[in-house]
Design a protein around this ligand. Structure first.
Ligand code: NAP
Length: 237
């Protein structure tokens, strides 16, 4: 039977690759915020993809996303919290607004979406939550204090909630990507990419599909919970 899966931030990049991968044999509600044209083109790739606009940093919009899915499909089997923004700033230059923007987009959004889907998962006594974190959570990143803090917060949610929700057979895991070839890294020069390739044991940046395959594995698994899984070509080893 097809699972019903919500993927946040699925219009572009890693989220889009996850939606494409999972829609091969599941129903995917692909959330987007600003990139309607991209979301529309994604929905045209599979009859299993349904798109829904919501800013996941806004509680009311998250509620409308989850209510839409429950009204139309009756359940949520899997939630993939992928939406996120990057911020590159010298620590001393980070303003309160900068901080709030990153924490709301990357961390509060995860808190909200999980809170909205969990009652349904608990009543089904089944669920799988996958949070897209970052190697910066584990390793830290220069000029990325707010971003690294938001991702470390996500991993805290993952570990704590995995224990709390295990009795309801709900698994919670993080995937921590390394450097992935998406718009988020559009600012890298060819020299930067060459340098990165030489630092990554597998010799290349990742693609969205590399992360999507790990998501697929976690969806099928039933005994992994509370883990932060690095998918980074060995970069952080
Ligand atoms: P991306 O190419 O910049 O795409 C970001 C996606 O998130 C877009 O689909 C965007 O949707 C969505 N989004 C952002 N804010 C949103 C909001 N408030 N509500 C709903 N959707 C929102 O980024 P990416 O590289 O695919 O990154 C995806 C995730 O992986 C992020 O959480 C990121 O932190 C993480 N990650 C990325 C890398 C990397 O190297 N790329 C490494 C580690 C972790 P719209 O365009 O429709 O607004």
């Amino acid at each position: 039977m097809k699972k019903v899966i919500i993927v946040t931030g699925a219009s572009r990049g890693i989220g889009r690759a996850i939606a494409e991968e999972l829609s091969r044999d599941n129903i995917v509600v692909a959330n987007y915020n600003k990139s309607y044209d991209m979301a529309k083109s994604l929905s045209e790739t599979s009859e299993n993809i349904d798109i829904f606009k919501a800013d996941v940093s806004n509680r009311m919009e998250v509620k409308s996303l989850v209510n839409y899915v429950l009204d139309k499909y009756g359940k949520v089997d899997v939630l993939v919290n992928n939406a996120g923004i990057a911020q590159e700033k010298l620590f001393q230059d980070i303003t309160d607004d900068d901080w709030d923007n990153v924490i709301k987009s990357n961390l509060y959004s995860v808190f909200c979406t999980i809170q909205e889907v969990v009652p349904n998962m608990i009543s089904n006594k089944s669920g799988c939550i996958i949070n897209i974190s970052s190697c910066y959570s584990v390793y830290g990143g220069p000029f990325a204090v707010a971003y690294s803090a938001s991702k470390a917060g996500i991993d805290g949610i993952t570990k704590s909630l995995a224990k709390e929700l295990a009795p309801s057979h709900i698994r919670v895991n993080s995937i921590a990507p390394g450097a992935i070839n998406t718009d988020m890294n559009a600012g890298l020069t060819s020299n930067d990419i060459e340098e990165l390739n030489s630092e990554i044991p597998l010799g290349r940046l990742g693609e969205g599909a590399d992360i999507a395959r790990c998501v697929r594995w976690l969806v099928k698994d039933n005994y992994t919970t509370g883990q932060i899984i690095s998918v980074d070509g060995g970069w952080t080893v």
